[in-house]
Design a protein around this ligand. Structure first.
Ligand code: ADP
Ligand code: MG
Length: 255
């Protein structure tokens, strides 16, 4: 971590997409910082650039401009093996567990994958780790023999979360982790994510358009609109004293 206690610090992050010869600034000069152990929420309506920020932070796509510092190291300056090693400590969970899991492969192979790619763990040790992961997400060990279509949406998302924490990351980026799930399952997953954070000592970058959930679990909040940060602060201050009309409208729309 850096001197100011932040595990992730992003400055001037910008992403310009070019399609059909036209430029589109999906993320425009975004700066943010996440304190170790905190939950930072990013809110904003659909298309405001939240997922693009997530993918930039994970280095799944290249920024047009900006700097990403993770645990004191400049991610934007890294590549190859060095980048891969740093990335081990940051993982992402996407909105849709149905598309995150390969339907042709068992849960076992989904959970084995991070170990096979990034470690030398094999055989009985690997089995123990897979069982432990299932235990962490409160699913029966026998689930490893199932295929994704034999699991409910919530169970599939638990598998995606288990896979994301397999290599003991310190930062978890959660991009609308419950938006594709039944309402009845959403609260379960949110409660589970909160327990998990305590248990594994994780830091979350939590993207959501559900402001009720954000208010409930985030320490700090960033409000995005059209690729820009409109406002940021502690959850309490942003919800109690929104600085602009856009945020006020977002908050007022919470049931
Ligand atoms: P959010 O997650 O807040 O809904 P996104 O980050 O997914 O928003 O998208 C922000 C904007 O960037 C949208 O207008 C989207 O259409 C555009 N966008 C995202 N990815 C691409 C891409 N690969 N090429 C062109 N435009 C994109
Ligand atoms: Mg999105």
């Amino acid at each position: 971590n850096t001197d100011d206690g932040s595990i992730l610090s992003v400055t001037g992050l910008t992403k310009v997409f070019v399609s059909g010869g036209k430029e589109f600034r999906a993320v425009d000069d975004v700066s943010l910082s996440v304190n170790a152990g905190d939950v930072l929420g990013i809110v904003g309506e659909s298309g405001s650039g939240k997922s693009t920020v997530a993918r930039l932070v994970m280095r799944l796509i290249e920024p047009t401009a900006g700097r990403i510092v993770f645990e004191g190291g400049d991610l934007t300056a890294k590549s190859g093996e060095e980048l891969r090693r740093m990335r081990r400590h940051m993982q992402i969970v996407f909105q849709n567990p149905h598309s995150s899991l390969d339907p042709r492969h068992t849960i076992h192979s989904a959970l084995a994958e991070p170990f096979l790619i990034q470690t030398n763990l094999r055989g009985i040790e690997l089995e123990r780790r897979i069982d432990a992961l299932l235990d962490i997400v409160s699913l029966p060990k026998a689930f490893k023999y199932r295929f994704p279509h034999e699991l409910s949406g919530g169970q599939k998302q638990r598998i995606c979360i288990a896979r994301a924490v397999a290599l003991e990351p310190r930062l978890l980026v959660l991009d609308e982790p419950t938006s594709a799930l039944d309402v009845s399952v959403q609260a379960q997953i949110i409660t589970f994510l909160q327990e998990l954070r305590q248990r594994l000592n994780l830091t979350y970058l939590f993207i959501s358009h559900n402001l009720a959930v954000v208010r409930h679990i985030c320490d700090h909040v960033i409000v995005m609109n059209q690729g820009k940060v409109l406002e940021q602060g502690t959850t309490e201050s942003v919800f109690a004293h929104p600085q602009n009309d856009y945020t006020r409208q977002l908050i007022d729309s919470v049931p």
